[in-house]
Design a protein around this ligand. Structure first.
Ligand code: ADP
Ligand code: MG
Length: 163
């Protein structure tokens, strides 16, 4: 599935819709260049999970945890050069943990992740536009994405006055 957001708030909204329906063990892998909006997306995910504290990019600490309806593990692999470093971090624990895990710069550790995941590839589309390519692997992620698609398209219809 593909969608275009036209502001940071719209990108947060996509994350929020996912966060509202997230289940323990869910994993979101985010890829795309610096400043494209990965952290922004995770902020929405956190809001959807009911996290109240602010979410920032954990670039210097690699993993930050937030408590919402479920625990959120926010991982940033920007400074990781080798997938083995990600394993050394204990990344597999967060990924297969009791909470929801979101990973920025996931392309740096592709072999580390389990098969069940939602991949979100982000690209620039001009100044404020962002193209989001969402790909689900595994039945749970497929259902999660189907639900997002339905609700995102529903919200779009409402904004444009519906029919
Ligand atoms: N459609 C959009 N989606 C997400 N961010 C956007 C969008 N338009 C502009 N922005 C801005 O782009 C920046 C994205 O930053 P950030 O989420 O930290 O990126 P990343 O984590 O990918 O490096 C923010 O300053 C945000 O306000
Ligand atoms: Mg970031």
């Amino acid at each position: 599935m593909e969608l275009v957001t036209r502001s940071a708030e719209e990108t947060r909204q996509v994350g929020r819709l996912l966060g509202q329906e997230a289940q323990a063990g869910d994993l979101v892998l985010l890829s795309g260049p610096l400043g494209v909006g990965k952290t922004c997306f995770v902020q929405g995910l956190a809001q959807g999970l009911g996290v109240e504290e602010p979410v920032r990019s954990p670039t210097f600490v690699l993993v930050t945890e937030h408590q919402g309806r479920l625990r959120l593990y926010h991982v940033d692999l920007y400074r990781v050069d080798d997938p083995r470093e990600a394993l050394d971090l204990g990344l597999d624990e967060y990924v297969e943990g009791d909470g929801v895990c979101a990973v920025e710069w996931a392309e740096k550790a592709t072999p580390v992740f389990p098969r069940q995941h939602l991949w979100v590839q982000m690209e620039y589309r001009g100044q404020e536009g962002r193209l989001l390519l969402l790909r689900a692997t595994g039945t749970r992620a497929e259902r999660w994405l189907e639900d997002l698609t339905r609700r995102w398209e529903g919200a779009e219809a409402e904004v444009s006055g519906g029919s």
